[in-house]
Design a protein around this ligand. Structure first.
Ligand SMILES: [Zn+2]
Ligand SMILES: [Zn+2]
Length: 170
């Protein structure tokens, strides 16, 4: 319980200290460490806003995690201010796929684990391709709009409280 409260306090701090150097870093968070190059994980993309690296347990031949470079909590905590960020995660995911010669964007899976089904609280977009080559367990784990895995458009709807988002088809 104390642990949970500490984490929540840390998240609140992050949003309050938006202009301080080192902002958005949760020292207990593995993804913060990865994007800060503390884990020796190869970063396939890294800029101020978004970073990308391979999932350590790939569920498909290509399996990338696209994350905000600054710590942002899981998808339940998102609001409409996060919509541009989520779209940026998606765009970066598509770029990484294209760089890796995945051009058929109809055979990909993009989505987020819905709390409490995330092992890491740092917001992360799963990008899997080709979706047709996902094994049985991965299909289950990254199942389209199950109560544990949410794709991008429904997530944006929950952020904005709108029924339908028309400009993203994933
Ligand atoms: Zn983090
Ligand atoms: Zn996940």
């Amino acid at each position: 319980m104390a642990e949970v409260e500490a984490t929540q306090a840390a998240l609140v701090d992050v949003s309050k200290t938006n202009s301080v150097p080192g902002e958005g870093y949760d020292k207990k968070c593995i993804f913060c460490k990865i994007v800060n190059n503390e884990m020796g994980t190869e970063l396939l993309h890294s800029d101020e806003e978004v970073s990308c690296f391979r999932d350590i347990k790939p569920g498909a031949p290509h399996h990338y995690l696209v994350v905000p470079t600054k710590h942002v909590g899981n998808c339940k905590s998102l609001t409409k201010e996060h919509v541009p960020l989520v779209k940026q995660l998606v765009e970066t995911g598509k770029e990484i796929l294209q760089k890796n010669n995945i051009t058929d964007l109809s055979d990909v899976r993009f989505g987020f684990h819905w709390p409490p089904f995330c092992s890491v609280t740092h917001l992360h977009l799963h990008v899997l391709a080709p979706a047709s080559q996902m094994g049985f367990m991965s299909r289950l784990f990254y199942r389209l709009n199950s109560y544990w895995f949410i794709t991008v458009s429904p997530l944006l709807c929950t952020c904005t409280k709108k029924a339908i988002v028309h400009d993203l088809m994933i």
